[in-house]
Design a protein around this ligand. Structure first.
Ligand SMILES: Nc1ncnc2c1ncn2[C@@H]1O[C@H](COP(=O)(O)OP(=O)(O)O)[C@@H](O)[C@H]1O
Ligand SMILES: [Mg+2]
Length: 285
């Protein structure tokens, strides 16, 4: 009887209408972090309550928010602590002391280089290693507390990536229209297919592909773009983001494109608003 009640309580805990979205590509330098940061600000500007989770051991997302502090407890410690059999062996970590409120009003769970040891840390556990992040989000009722949870993924294909894909409702793939990025897309989409075949969770919806650093004047770039468009027809292909120095500059200044008034930035703001508008529609349920 008590067990039944506990189950019921757990289930109602995990409910919530918030959506988890992730920016993924096995290739680095394609704009995952840039897109995640600006999309989080776009969602915030539409009045949503937003939590960002940095899942890249290189913690660039955390640095952009200006919230990274070396040697502080981070999302890695929270995840390890959320596994009952690992908890006694590690420093205690509480969500309330790890979550940071950034000046933009967006909350952030920072990453740290410890995340690169995540796979090894959880290697021996008896429960499903793929579902640690999903269960962490559920047991802390994060989908009740936030409208959108934006995850910045690492440029790898291991257990961290599987955890992210199992935890999210929708996934976006930024890419540079070139052969390397195309291979990165193919590899991560295969992981997504494997997750579907495993049958342990409903795989996330492919919300779309975001072409970035597109050089419309170069024939090769146009050809590669068209090739990728043909091969990846299972999600929306968004309007390409061009290579823009002032875009990179805003990132270098740890600002989103929404912090600027100039017309170039207005155009980028519009592009990001289009992307999040599509996400809102696609995840409406
Ligand atoms: N459209 C763009 N125009 C100019 N620079 C960009 C653009 N998109 C990304 N960058 C820059 O490229 C670098 C890599 O982007 P980043 O978002 O860190 O990629 P990833 O997270 O996939 O490794 C960053 O320095 C970023 O500021
Ligand atoms: Mg990154």
């Amino acid at each position: 009887m008590l067990g039944f009640l506990n189950d019921k309580l757990k289930k109602s805990d995990s409910q919530g209408t918030g959506k988890v979205i992730a920016l993924m590509n096995q290739k680095g330098g394609v704009g995952k972090t840039t897109m995640a940061y600006n999309m989080a600000h776009a969602l915030k500007s539409k009045g949503h309550k937003v939590l960002c989770i940095d899942m890249d051991p290189q913690f660039n997302f955390s640095l952009l928010f200006g919230e990274y502090v070396p040697d502080q407890l981070n999302v890695h410690h929270l995840l390890i602590n959320s596994v009952r059999e690992l908890k006694p062996m590690h420093t205690e970590a509480f969500l309330s002391e790890v979550i940071k409120k950034s000046s933009s009003g967006i909350d952030i769970l920072c990453a740290g280089q410890e995340l690169s040891g995540f796979e090894l840390s959880v290697a021996g556990i008896s429960g499903p290693r793929q579902l640690i992040l999903k269960k962490f989000i559920e047991s802390n009722a994060l989908k009740e507390r936030y409208d959108y949870i934006v995850i910045d993924g690492p440029p790898t294909l291991g257990l961290l990536v599987v955890n992210i894909l199992c935890a999210c409702d929708g996934v976006l793939f930024p890419f540079i229209p070139d052969a390397f990025s195309e291979q990165g897309l193919r590899n991560i989409r295969n992981v997504l297919l494997d997750i579907g075949e495993m049958g342990i969770v409903t795989p996330p919806k492919i919300l779309g592909y975001i072409p970035n650093l597109f050089e419309a004047r170069r024939k090769k770039s146009r050809e590669d773009f068209n090739h990728i468009k043909d091969e990846f027809s299972d999600g929306e292909i968004f309007e390409p983001f061009m290579n823009r120095a002032h875009f990179a500059r805003s990132m270098a200044n740890k600002k989103s494109v929404f912090d600027y008034e100039a017309s170039d930035y207005k155009e980028l703001q519009g592009q990001f608003m289009n992307v999040v508008g599509s996400i809102e529609n696609q995840l409406m349920s």
